[in-house]
Design a protein around this ligand. Structure first.
Ligand SMILES: Cc1ncc(COP(=O)(O)O)c(C=O)c1O
Length: 403
C-alpha cells in the first residue's frame, strides 16, 4: 500500500517478511478488566521486583563497567557460570561454557537455530500441536514441517518412527525435530522416562538433531521430576533451550541454548547483536547467585499449583458432556477438546464477547486443523477469575453444542 509519504514498502519486503506477515504489538496490560486465559504470561503480582532491584545494585557494585559495556557473544561470563550451576543442580545437565549460548529468550534461541540450520524448502519435524511461536518461526523460515501428533505421553513415537522411515525412503534428511517434552505448550503433557529413552534411540539411529524446548521444567506441582532429554543424551544429539521468562521475569528477555560446541559456534555466527544484554545478564546472575531464584521458583510453584487446581476443579464442575481435557503436572496450560461438532473459533469469539479470552487450538497446528480444541492458560489470572472465566466459557460451549 502507498502511504502518505509515498514510499511503497510492500514491494521492498523480503520473502521471509512476506511469509511472516505483520508483527503484533499486543501487551498483557490490555487484558485489564477482562479474564485472560490466553497468553502464557507469568503472574504479574508475583514478579520479584525487590529482589531484582537488589540484584541490579549488586551487579553494578560488583561489575559496574562490564555490565554496561558490550559483552562476549556467548553471554555475560558470570551468568554463564551461574547457568552451569543451575543446570547441573536442577536439570541434571552437565555442560561446559563452550556448549552454552545466552540468547534473547528461548524465542530467539529457536529463531537462531533455524537461521543457522535451515534454508527455505528444508524439511523439519515438529510435534503437533505445539507452541504458537514455533509455528510462526517455521512459517517465516519457509521450511516444510512434517508434523508428528502429541498423545497422552507426548510425541507419538510410532508416528515419529514412521515419518523418519518415510523421509529416508524419499532420500530427505530432516534438519531437526522440535519438541517440548515437559509440560508441553499447549497440551500440558509430559513424556515419561521410557519414552524419552526411546526417542533418543531413534535420534541416534537416524542421525537426528533434537531441539528440546524446556521453558517450563522448573514449574512442577506434583509427581516426580523427569530428566530432560539433554540430561539423558550421551551423544550430543540434543540442543536444549531454556528461559528465565517463566521463573524470573519475562521482561529480562533471557534464554539459553546448550548444544554441541560447533553448533553453538554456528548459531553465534548468525546472532547479529553479539552478546545478549550484558546488563540483564549481570542482574540475572546476581539473582541466581544470591539464592533468590530458588526461593522465587518455590513461591511460583505454590501460586501456579493453586491455579492449576482451580482450573481442573472449574472444568469438572462446569463443562458439558463430550468435553475432555488434560491434567498437567506442571507448566501453564490445560488443553480442552470440545464436544463433537462445536467450533473453537466460534466459542472463542463468543467467549470474547462475554469478557473471557482463550486461544483456539488451531493456532498451535501447522495446517488448518485443531478447530475442536482450545488452550487454557491459568498463569495470568487469579483463582476467582479462573472459576468465573471457565463458567462463562462452559456456558458458551453448552449453547454451541445445543445449536
Ligand atoms: C514452549 C515455549 N518456548 C518458548 C517460549 C518463549 O520464551 P521466551 O520468553 O524465553 O522467548 C514460550 C513462551 O511462551 C514457550 O511456551
Amino acid at each position: 500500500m502507498t502511504g502518505t509519504t509515498g514510499l511503497e514498502v510492500a514491494g521492498l519486503l523480503s520473502s521471509k517478511a512476506r511469509r511472516a506477515g505483520s508483527g503484533t504489538f499486543g501487551a498483557p496490560r490490555s487484558a485489564e478488566g477482562r479474564i485472560s486465559l490466553l497468553g502464557g504470561f507469568p503472574d504479574p503480582l508475583s514478579l520479584p521486583r525487590e529482589e531484582i532491584l537488589e540484584s541490579v545494585r549488586l551487579a553494578l557494585e560488583r561489575d559496574g563497567v562490564w555490565a554496561l559495556e558490550y559483552g562476549a557473544t556467548r553471554g555475560y561470563e558470570f551468568l554463564v557460570e551461574q547457568l552451569l550451576v543451575k543446570l547441573r543442580r536442577d536439570q541434571g545437565i552437565t555442560a561446559r561454557p563452550e556448549q552454552v549460548l545466552v540468547t534473547t529468550g528461548a524465542s530467539q534461541a529457536l529463531g537462531l537455530l533455524v537461521d543457522a540450520l535451515c534454508d527455505p524448502g528444508d524439511v523439519v519435524l515438529s510435534e503437533q500441536p505445539t507452541w504458537m511461536g514455533a509455528v510462526r518461526i517455521f512459517r517465516a523460515a519457509g521450511v516444510e514441517v512434517r508434523p508428528v501428533p502429541v498423545g497422552a505421553e507426548g510425541i507419538e513415537l510410532d508416528a515419529l518412527a514412521e515419518t523418519l522411515e518415510a523421509l529416508t525412503a524419499e532420500g530427505r534428511r530432516p534438519k531437526f525435530l522440535y519438541l517440548i517434552p515437559t509440560f508441553q505448550n499447549p497440551t500440558g503433557v509430559t513424556m515419561p522416562l521410557a519414552a524419552r529413552r526411546r526417542l533418543l534411540d531413534l535420534a541416534y539411529e537416524h542421525q537426528l538433531l533434537v531441539i528440546e524446548d524446556d521453558a517450563y521444567f522448573d514449574l512442577r506441582y506434583q509427581g516426580e521430576r523427569v530428566p530432560p532429554l539433554r540430561a539423558l543424551d550421551a551423544r550430543e544429539h540434543v540442543a536444549y533451550l531454556g528461559t528465565f521468562s517463566k521463573i524470573m521475569a519475562a521482561g529480562m528477555r533471557l534464554g539459553w541454548i546448550v548444544a554441541e560446541p560447533s553448533l553453538i559456534a554456528a548459531v553465534a555466527g548468525v546472532k547479529p547483536e553479539g552478546g545478549t544484554s550484558p546488563f540483564a545478564g549481570a542482574v540475572a546472575a546476581q539473582f541466581c547467585a544470591s539464592g533468590a531464584l530458588l526461593e522465587h521458583v518455590a513461591e511460583l510453584r505454590e501460586i501456579y499449583r493453586e491455579r492449576r487446581d482451580a482450573t481442573l476443579r472449574a472444568l469438572s464442575e462446569t463443562m458439558p458432556e463430550g468435553a475432555a481435557w488434560t491434567r498437567p503436572e506442571g507448566g501453564f496450560f490445560v488443553w480442552l477438546t470440545l464436544p463433537p461438532g462445536v467450533s473453537a473459533a466460534r466459542v472463542a469469539e463468543r467467549a470474547r464477547e462475554r469478557g473471557v479470552d482463550v486461544m483456539p487450538g488451531s493456532a498451535c497446528f501447522f495446517h488448518s486443523s485443531g478447530d475442536d480444541t482450545i488452550r487454557l492458560c491459568y498463569s495470568f489470572v487469579t483463582t476467582e477469575q479462573i472459576s468465573e472465566g471457565i463458567a462463562r466459557l462452559a456456558g458458551v460451549i453448552r449453547e454451541e453444542a445445543a445449536d
